[in-house]
Design a protein around this ligand. Structure first.
Ligand SMILES: O=P(O)(O)OC[C@H]1O[C@H](O[C@H]2O[C@H](CO)[C@@H](O)[C@H](O)[C@H]2O)[C@H](O)[C@@H](O)[C@@H]1O
Length: 256
């Protein structure tokens, strides 16, 4: 049964277990990618699925996203769910306490205005200002990718210890150095209810590879959604397959 939702070329996923910790990316993993960040569809079934798993795994479920936590809360409306936002720069622990990295904020402030000017020159671009990071979306002007990459790289050149450029799916992100999805996972794994559990991380994007690296180092399970190069050992085809696999997990735990 698991085989039908995994890609043909990867081994069947192991049987889900109560002793695992679950880490989930959002865009492209739990929800389909759409034309604009505000247009994702988070239905009630997904919210219930996340809540049920959190209960069954004694709280060891966290969303690990590039989005800001306020934005994740707006879409998921699960205010007590553990989360990491902005590629590890902010996080909400399992006690509900919020934390945010600040070391790069001065440098970010210095480039913010210049990125805004760039966006004003091309109305097909969309700037998502997340507070501790900037996402410049070029989904509606994909040919601009190469030039944007070199322009944004030049903009942050002055701040090599504070800022770095990440490339996602038709988006470039300017974010603080020293934080990524790998450090976000590592942080959760040092404290209960995540510590002492086998980590499972499901993600679709190249920024999720940092998380896969951490999970692999902890002998956990890295699951890549969709196609493309990856260091993950397993794959699921798309968000629907992810939902199906999570539902199997719920079913197993409720009937064991
Ligand atoms: O780490 P994630 O939860 O996967 O977030 C990664 C980025 O996702 C969002 O952008 C992407 O999804 C949009 C909606 O489907 C799409 O329009 C865009 O092209 C994608 O890059 C989000 O807006 C970013 O802030 C996240 O970093």
């Amino acid at each position: 049964m698991v085989k039908s939702i995994a890609n043909e070329d990867t081994p069947a996923l192991p049987r889900q277990d109560r002793s695992w910790a679950l880490f989930l990316d959002l865009d492209g993993t739990l929800v389909e990618l759409v034309d604009h960040p505000d247009h994702i569809v988070v239905d009630d079934a997904l919210k219930t699925r996340l809540q049920t798993l959190t209960t069954l795994l004694d709280g060891a479920v966290a969303v690990i996203s590039g989005r800001a936590i306020d934005d994740l809360d707006r879409h998921l409306t699960l205010p007590t769910l553990a989360m990491s936002g902005q590629h590890g720069a902010e996080w909400r622990d399992s006690q509900g306490e919020r934390h945010i990295a600040e070391h790069h904020q001065k440098a970010l402030e210095a480039v913010r205005q210049r990125v805004n000017e760039q966006v004003r020159r091309d109305e097909a671009l969309y700037l998502e200002d997340k507070g501790a990071s900037l996402a410049l979306h070029y989904r509606h002007h994909p040919e601009a990718g190469d030039i944007l990459k070199s322009e944004l790289s030049a903009l942050i050149e002055e701040y090599p210890d504070a800022l770095e450029l990440h490339q996602g799916k038709l988006v470039f992100e300017i974010k603080g150095c020293g934080y990524d999805k790998g450090t976000a996972l590592e942080r959760f794994l040092t404290v209960p209810p995540f510590s002492q559990r086998c980590p499972v991380f499901i993600g679709d994007d190249r920024t999720d590879e940092d998380g896969f690296r951490t999970v692999n180092a902890h002998q956990g399970m890295a699951i890549k959604v969709g196609t493309g190069d990856t260091i993950a050992g397993s794959r699921l085809k798309n968000p629907d397959a992810v939902h199906e696999w999570l539902d199997q997990w719920i079913d197993r735990l409720q009937h064991s």
